[in-house]
Design a protein around this ligand. Structure first.
Ligand SMILES: Cc1cc2nc3c(=O)[nH]c(=O)nc-3n(C[C@H](O)[C@H](O)[C@H](O)COP(=O)(O)O)c2cc1C
Length: 173
């Protein structure tokens, strides 16, 4: 059985340590690539049909609206071979205390029963928020392990923390 890293990440302008910075690669994608390098897992990027604006404030408007509406933004792809995976690392930025609504779509559109989901999230202060309990509400008969929160602004220096976490989980030696 192989492991999968499924992640949502938004490149473009973002709020990092109190400033708006342009991120050519999103923070969660940086963390996902570190996990990929350390574990050799397959990766799947959760993308929406309608892209989020690269402008930070425009994205917060769209994201707030989606959260209020409990929206399920349409995704541009799916994992057809989910049966091949027993462990899914699920990565996302903390948006308003939980996952972007596109990650809710992803969780609802696949069957995770009998599998283990290991969340990781990048954030600017809110940690995992209530995302882990939201995952549990959406995925029944799925083991959801405690996730790893990573400060978005420090993600480039997170490799040691990530490898310690993977060792603790018994995923790497
Ligand atoms: C729409 C939106 C909402 C956000 N809400 C929060 C929040 O509630 N708490 C927090 O700590 N960070 C919040 N952030 C910051 C992101 O979680 C952080 O910048 C993250 O590292 C972005 O990951 P990405 O580059 O992979 O998209 C928010 C960012 C955006 C764009």
């Amino acid at each position: 059985m192989k492991n999968l890293i499924a992640y949502f990440s938004r490149e473009g302008n973002n709020y990092v340590g109190g400033r708006i910075l342009h991120l050519p690669v999103g923070n969660t994608e940086v963390a996902a690539k570190m996990i990929q390098k350390l574990t050799g897992s397959d990766t799947f990027r959760i993308d929406t049909v309608k892209e989020y604006p690269s402008d930070y404030n425009k994205t917060t408007d769209v994201a707030q609206h989606e959260l209020r509406e409990n929206a399920r933004p349409e995704l541009s792809g799916r994992v057809d071979n989910m049966d091949d995976y027993s462990v899914i690392f699920l990565g996302y930025p903390n948006w308003y205390g939980t996952m972007p609504m596109a990650v809710f779509t992803f969780l609802e559109r696949h069957d995770f029963s009998g599998k283990t989901i290991i969340p990781f999230c990048t954030h600017e202060g809110s940690g995992m928020g209530h995302s882990e309990s939201d995952i549990k509400k959406l995925c029944h008969a799925t083991k959801v392990l405690k996730g790893l929160p990573i400060r978005g602004g420090s993600v480039q220096r997170a490799e040691d923390d990530i490898s310690a976490w993977l060792r603790e989980l018994g995923v790497i030696d």
